[in-house]
Design a protein around this ligand. Structure first.
Ligand code: CMC
Length: 427
């Protein structure tokens, strides 16, 4: 017998069906709640609201589990490369050799950006934050690719996907090159997806390009760890914007803006800035722990806490280990790594953090690796966006294929009741 949930209100009982996921998560299906009982649910921040059924990413915040399409994040980070994970997230299965080669080739064929886009980039001041520039350029891509995707055609959908996977790294690299006053360039067909990205970002016009394999491996792993995280703020934004049938590029541009905020992807930049501040202040981690706990002080320990993880963020565990390895391999000695470890140790033993189940999240150590790889602080969230791109695409595709209705939450109005209009002279 299928399960139901009963709601009692004003002496009347209402039955609602219950949906059980493949990992036994349970959701009460309240689609008929307003129609039958005249009620809505109120859940600011959607802390207890499931916005969709999804087959892409599973996470269990209590147990610290994260899986893409059923594969453990630990396995993927260790054994897969980023492009395989991109394919897996979007199409649901790991690609075989032929599928991966074709995917790579199709992406490369689309990795040219219209030269006119350079004029748009030129219009930004050098001081512009790369995330704002990236969001604008992604949106501008629509003007150069105006035909909308026929989502009922797999071929059309595939073309749009390889197009954005080809062009997005170029745009991301250009945001950095503009900041660094370097000539705008294009990729190299012969390189893998991640090395190509790195080359586009760092190639100098007067020097042959070369890179340490450890750098590419570390970057590849970081991109995998950021590739999807189910219905987070930016992904929900992408799905919401896409639900109005705005195109893929418009939906992604909105997702980039959502990711920029310091409570979301912007936290990786905020963490390094915080660690630097602690260092400059003399390195007293205890002082900053007290500030983080003081409700009168707006300071928060950036890189700590998570809406869903109430246990260690499994990505943070992998990244912490990776930070130690990468810094050793590259011979980098970054004093903020010790400050970060000191903060983590204190927080894990502190009542305030223990009680609230606040653990280091994915952003706590990622900035330290990005910095060791020579990536400037303002580009950290762009690196997150490059990683999250396949997740956004997969979620947008899933939402469109399932023909989900337009996203349109309700509200409880708490403003003025009806009042008479007063002419200007009487106010
Ligand atoms: N430092 C100090 N106190 C904190 C922190 C923190 N980093 N995070 C949460 N708290 C406290 C908060 O003050 C509240 O205390 P109380 O119950 O006494 O009012 C309690 O913990 C619950 O916090 P919340 O803000 O209600 O939790 P949330 O689920 O709404 O927020 C969060 C989650 C990630 C926005 C929050 O933990 C935070 O602001 N962390 C710092 C920013 C950060 O690192 N963000 C990256 C998230 S992971 C990457 C990503 O998804 O993009």
């Amino acid at each position: 017998m299928s399960k139901t949930a009963t709601l009692e209100f004003d002496g009347k009982k209402y039955e609602f069906p219950v949906t059980v996921g493949t990992e036994d998560e349970i959701g009460i299906d309240i689609k008929k709640l307003r129609g039958e009982a005249g009620l809505i649910t109120l859940d600011p921040g959607f802390k207890n609201t499931g916005s969709c059924e999804s087959a892409i990413t599973f996470l269990d915040g209590e147990k610290g589990i994260l899986r893409y399409r059923g594969y453990a994040i630990e396995d993927l980070a260790e054994k897969a490369d980023f492009l395989e994970v991109v394919y897996l997230l979007i199409f649901g299965e790991l690609p075989n050799k032929e599928q991966l080669e074709k995917f790579n080739k199709d992406i490369k064929e689309q990795s040219h950006v219209d030269e006119e886009m350079k004029k748009i980039l030129d219009g930004f001041p050098k001081s512009a934050h790369p995330m704002g520039v990236l969001s604008s350029l992604t949106s501008a891509l629509i003007a150069f690719n105006p035909s909308s995707v026929d989502v009922s055609s797999e071929e059309d959908m595939y073309k749009a996907i390889v197009k954005i996977l080809g062009k997005f790294p170029v745009l991301a690299a250009w945001t950095l090159r503009k900041k660094n006053s370097l000539p705008l360039n294009y990729g190299d067909e012969d390189l893998g997806y991640v090395e190509n990205l790195h080359k586009m970002m760092f190639e100098k016009p007067n020097k042959a390009y070369s890179v340490d394999k450890a750098v590419i491996d570390a970057l590849d792993k970081l991109l995998i760890l950021h590739a999807d995280h189910e219905q987070n703020c930016s992904t929900s934004t992408v799905r919401m914007v896409g639900s109005s049938h705005a195109g893929l590029f418009a939906s992604l541009s909105a997702g980039i803006s959502a990711l920029w905020g310091p409570l979301h992807g912007g936290a990786n930049q905020a963490v390094i800035e915080m660690l630097e501040k602690i260092k400059e202040d003399g390195g007293d981690t205890h002082k900053f722990m007290q500030k983080a706990k003081d409700k009168e002080d707006p300071f928060r320990l950036m890189g700590f806490g998570h809406r869903v993880y109430k246990n260690f963020d499994p990505r943070a565990k992998i990244i912490k280990k990776s930070a130690d390895e990468v810094l050793a391999q590259l011979g980098v000695d970054d004093p903020v790594l010790d400050i970060a470890k000191g903060l983590e140790k204190e927080a894990l033993e502190d009542d305030y953090f223990v009680k609230r189940k606040l653990y280091p999240n994915v952003d706590f150590y990622s900035g330290i690796i990005y910095r060791a790889l020579g990536i400037p602080v303002e580009m950290f969230t762009v690196m997150f966006a490059l990683g999250r791109l396949p997740g956004w695409i997969a979620q947008w595709r899933e939402m469109r294929l399932k023909k989900e209705p337009i996203g349109r939450p309700r509200q409880i109005y708490v403003g003025e009741n009806h009042r008479e209009y007063k002419p200007l002279g009487n106010r």
